[in-house]
Design a binder for this molecule. Structure first.
Ligand code: FUB
Length: 329
């Protein structure tokens, strides 16, 4: 049974999606994708998500449900990225030694998703991109977890996110290959970042999600298996990996004992919203936990024009998350 909770549309002035949220020096910053009406027809590759820049938003007060939200304007443009082609999708920002690193997926000039890094002295940018993508990077949807002095980079997304084109970090000669329904699902990936934050410190590893019997979720289990939208947070010493199931539209989560996993599937944290995609992040702020996500209600269901939302997230005494109802009525 899902909880019906009060939600707030955070930024009605524009269409934004895929929120990554961090609290730096006590202030809450939102790093979203910036949707717009490109006119590109909808397809299974996500061509209609043709985003061309990023903005940074900040919360100007203590309460995500009521405090004003400030737009700091454009902080990175498609044309600033020398190696890039199109589609600036879900980004994230991390801080180390007073510098801020914006990680973003973008298709290169051959239409292959890579990750870029852009650097700033401020959490509100502007961010200056490096001339080349991160070495060995592929696919989409980044989340960076800072944990005990290290930074862990989680990524991946199937279908339009191209993760099915890779095995053991190498592009398959055969192109896209999906496992059979009874085989383990395609896993998201995790890699520790180097101390300079600009490259992976190690080859990306598969992040395995297990069922209650300790078996990896299978590719045919599409109400539970990973599709895209990784996020990791820590609660009471445990690591929570949350993600979207894509074509079945659930936001789910799994719990592990360390940043690499394995993680054991727990359940749904947000039921399907209006719009094909569902994408979120979870953050503690002001002594409460918050779920930031998006839906397509304000655009009348146009799935490529999404709006940012927030609501409180509650835990049960045993550390499981109470499911939030995605529809408001
Ligand atoms: O915003 C483009 C894509 O839609 C994201 O990368 C996915 O997670 C989905 O929200």
């Amino acid at each position: 049974m899902a909880d019906k909770v009060q939600k707030r549309y955070l930024f009605p002035a524009d269409y934004m999606a895929d929120p990554s949220v961090h609290v730096f020096d006590g202030k809450l910053y939102i790093y979203p994708s910036h949707d717009w009406e490109s006119g590109i027809p909808e397809d299974d590759f996500g061509s209609h998500f043709d985003m061309k820049d990023y903005h940074v938003l900040s919360l100007e007060g203590p309460d995500p449900m009521t405090s004003p939200v400030k737009d700091h304007g454009v902080v990175l443009r498609r044309e600033d990225v020398l190696w890039g082609g199109r589609q600036l999708w879900d980004c994230d920002v991390a801080r180390r030694d007073g510098k801020y690193y914006l990680y973003f997926p973008m298709k290169d000039k051959t239409d292959i998703f890579r990750f870029g890094v852009a650097v700033s002295d401020s959490p509100t940018g502007p961010f200056v991109p490096l001339p080349d993508p991160m070495r060995g990077s592929y696919s989409i949807d980044v989340c960076v977890l800072e944990d005990e002095g290290e930074h862990y980079f989680y990524f991946g997304g199937i279908w339009g996110g191209q993760l099915q084109r890779y095995r053991d970090n190498k592009a398959l000669d055969t192109g896209s290959t999906f496992p059979a329904d009874d085989e383990p699902a395609i896993p998201p990936r995790v890699a520790r970042l180097r101390g300079d934050m600009l490259q992976f410190a190690e080859a990306p590893r598969p992040l395995v999600i297990l069922d209650a019997e300790g078996k990896p979720l299978t590719a045919g289990d599409n109400h539970r298996r990973f599709f895209e939208a990784s996020w990791v947070h820590k609660y009471n010493g445990k690591y929570y990996f949350s993600y979207s199931t894509g074509d079945t539209h659930h936001l789910c989560y799994a719990i592990g004992d360390n940043p690499y996993g394995p993680f054991t599937y727990q359940g749904e944290l947000l039921t399907p919203v209006v719009g094909w995609t569902t994408h979120h992040c979870i953050v503690e702020y002001g002594g409460k936990w918050w779920l930031f996500h998006h839906d397509s209600v304000p655009s009348g269901g146009r799935t490529w024009l999404r709006s940012l939302k927030v609501c409180e997230l509650r835990y049960n005494p045993d550390g499981t998350i109470r499911t939030v109802e995605g529809l408001d009525e």
